[in-house]
Design a protein around this ligand. Structure first.
Ligand code: ADP
Ligand code: C5P
Ligand code: MG
Length: 219
């Protein structure tokens, strides 16, 4: 009788969760670290183990650069080669669109790993202007490792990535941008107790073990 009134458990639970997620704000973890620190690698592993969607700002910009008819293709190309940070209006519109598309397709997908963002004051300002109150930033997951490890990993990746910025010249500039513009953003979040730091110099599995411990604790 109750089963007929309320539906059986397997029907009832998903629809309830779906409705809950409609009224829940998207939950966001910002993923930061130097170029080659392993952000993308670790995000892929998180996606396999948890119900998170991975959005890489760099991947979205590369996709937009290659989109036929994009008015920003040339600008993005230049910024990426120079290791500079693209104006936030472009990046935030790509991120917002990707978040909306994900949640429209499946409303239970409301947890996002936003990788490589916010990378400077302009990024942070753009996020606060556009997304404040619309998403809950839980914390920054910070992959910490030396510049030397970062450079070596990117040069190794450059042998097969086809990326225009995995070369010594671009990497010097990317490291400078990271030190001058991104580290201060991480420091700002640190002041508010919102950074979870992982030693990213170890093996992929060792790093992931620490990431899992953080995510399980925060859940
Ligand atoms: P990011 O997204 O931070 O730029 P990636 O995840 O693309 O970094 O990793 C950069 C390169 O280093 C890739 O070739 C990847 O396979 C490799 N890599 C990632 N994590 C590790 C690790 N813990 N140890 C050694 N190599 C790694
Ligand atoms: O994160 P990833 O290494 O893929 O970023 C590559 C490049 O994309 C950066 O060096 C930068 O030029 C651009 N980018 C950006 N703004 C972001 C993220 C990436 O301009 N928030
Ligand atoms: Mg990456």
């Amino acid at each position: 009788m109750l089963g007929r009134l309320f539906g059986n458990a397997s029907q009832r639970v998903p629809s309830f969760l779906k409705r809950m997620s409609l009224i829940m704000k998207p939950k966001v973890i910002f993923v930061l670290g130097g170029p080659g620190a392993g952000k993308g690698t670790q995000c892929s592993k998180i996606v396999e183990a948890y119900n998170y969607t991975h959005l890489s700002a760099g991947d979205l910009l590369r996709e937009e650069r290659g989109r036929a008819g994009s008015e920003y293709g040339q600008l993005i190309d230049t910024y990426i080669k120079e290791g500079k940070i693209v104006p936030v209006e472009i990046t935030i519109s790509l991120l917002r669109k990707a978040m909306e598309e994900t949640m429209t397709k499946d409303e239970t997908k409301s947890c996002f790993l936003i990788d490589g963002f916010p990378r400077n004051e302009d990024n942070l300002h753009g996020w606060n202007k556009d997304m404040d109150g619309k998403a809950d930033v839980k914390f920054v997951l910070f992959f910490d490792c030396s510049n030397e490890v970062c450079i070596n990993r990117c040069l190794e990746r450059g042998k097969s990535s086809g990326r225009t910025d995995d070369n010594r010249e671009s990497l010097q500039k990317r490291i400078q941008t990271y030190l001058q513009s991104t580290r201060p953003i991480i420091k700002q979040y640190e002041k508010h107790g919102k950074v979870r730091t992982v030693d990213a110099s170890r093996t992929v599995d060792e790093v992931f073990a620490e990431v899992k411990a953080i995510l399980d604790k925060e859940a």
